[in-house]
Design a protein. Structure first.
Lengths: 278, 278
């Protein structure tokens, strides 16, 4: 991997890398914030998965997360949201399909399957890469995300019990098989068999018997996508039926923007930092 | 004035307004973050003046300042960096002259003088407006800024002793009459008489006998504009000759970006919050 940017921030370094990803079969860009502690020791990592239209840049510029990562001594890993490039399938007129909208699945359908293997990329290839190249403790990681990335965080954790010390989500897409965004991407990437979609749906994974784990979730009541796309109540209902410890906090008047993320990311990172005590 | 946006953040509200500015003779947009305390009482205000190319939006999205304003119970006032509009003079191919580059002066030269009255706007019209319309304590204010906005903050405070409880700056343009950015804008806005420029130059104002005040300044040593444009050492030299309490902190490896601002804005806001104790 090649470092393409290094910016000093809160005593640590915000670094950006590019590498040829095997899973996604293309050059991928990601950012890592290494806190000051990483200059002398290995540190645990929190992965932040971003939402539709984002690259690795949005969260590092807008969320204010590096301040907390610096204070807590945790690395912050910020992947892109899809494969990228001129030869990567895309729907350039859509924000919710193709590049910027990888949905953290392994696509099975042409033309998407050639590059859209974001689930493998985020859960396997990227951790292996950074744990071998950067001062990050192998295997000691947690995961969170926003919107499509909140969905991604929940699914990555639910499908890999034990792989993450903790998981949380901000305004996640909780039941993608039941919302427009999910239906669009899952039908393209995974085909018409809706049963196959359930393997990448947090609500359906819980219904199907996923191993219980704590799921702290923050959701704004003023979120413009709450009614049509996010469906946290479906996740909560599924969780209750399976004695699943879901803590859904409805945050009055907050919207879907990074101002909402900025407000609550500190609590999420503190939660993960504690779960990641060495 | 008309509210055009309201976003909940850190328990308070980030609000954006538009109004017909008399000084700038056009519609102006600005943002104000009102902390939770402003729901029940009037609060003091810290003005943040932004740098070249910015609108009111950059700082509110990228600086992470609202978190501190919320904790400290201070309003944050974020003006635009120039007049705007199709009938406002501009150099659309330049980032460092015209719209986005008002330099916080009152222009005297055509075609700029018709709208480019940012000094009056920031020091008089905007404070009067928000102090009459919002829960902000009249006259209790401090000022800071970044780059061109750091220059603006220093000049506004130096030219108005007593008007601001405190002033600080992040990577300010300290000696604009001696740098390319300043020469470009001052010759356009103020004409060829270089003596007239000195009235909007912090270093020259100190040399000319401005009333001493504390000037805490942070400057990154990795700032790509440090050598050619910013000249903090000129300000420091002028300050020493006049027993002016300038605290210039050279921050190792930091650049000119919002990642630098985000790192240090908390200390600046804490400093201003203390100076603004009611």
């Amino acid at each position: 991997m090649k470092q393409i940017e290094a910016i000093k921030e809160f005593g640590g370094w915000l670094r950006r890398y590019q590498h040829n990803a095997i899973s996604c079969n293309c050059a991928m860009t990601f950012s890592v914030y290494l806190p000051p502690q990483a200059q002398t020791q290995q540190v645990p990592a929190v992965y932040f998965l971003s939402g539709l239209t984002c690259t690795d840049d949005n969260v590092r510029v807008k969320a204010g997360a590096q301040r907390y990562a610096s204070e807590l001594g945790r690395a912050l890993v910020m992947p892109d949201t899809s494969p990228r490039g001129n030869d990567v399938a895309d729907e350039p007129d859509r924000y919710d399909l193709g590049q910027g909208a990888g949905f953290y699945v392994n696509a099975t359908q042409a033309p998407w399957s050639r590059h859209y293997q974001m689930y493998d990329y985020v859960t396997k290839e990227l951790p292996a890469l950074i744990e071998s190249e950067l001062p990050i403790i192998p295997g000691l990681k947690s995961i969170t995300g926003h919107s499509m990335g909140g969905h991604g965080a929940l699914v990555c954790a639910l499908k890999n019990p034990g792989a993450y010390r903790s998981v949380s989500a901000l305004a996640p897409i909780c039941h993608p098989v039941q919302c427009g965004w999910g239906e669009t991407c899952f039908s393209a990437y995974l085909g018409n068999d809706r049963d196959a979609w359930k393997d990448y749906d947090a609500t359906e994974l819980i219904k199907a018997g996923a191993q219980p784990m704590n799921l702290p979730i923050d959701q704004g009541t003023g979120d413009e996508f709450l009614d049509d796309q996010l469906h946290p109540q479906n996740l909560q209902t599924a969780g209750k039926a399976k004695d699943f410890p879901i803590t859904l906090r409805m945050q009055r008047d907050y919207d879907h923007s990074y101002h909402f993320i900025a407000t609550f990311i500190g609590e999420h990172l503190a939660y993960h930092a504690q779960a990641l005590e060495v």
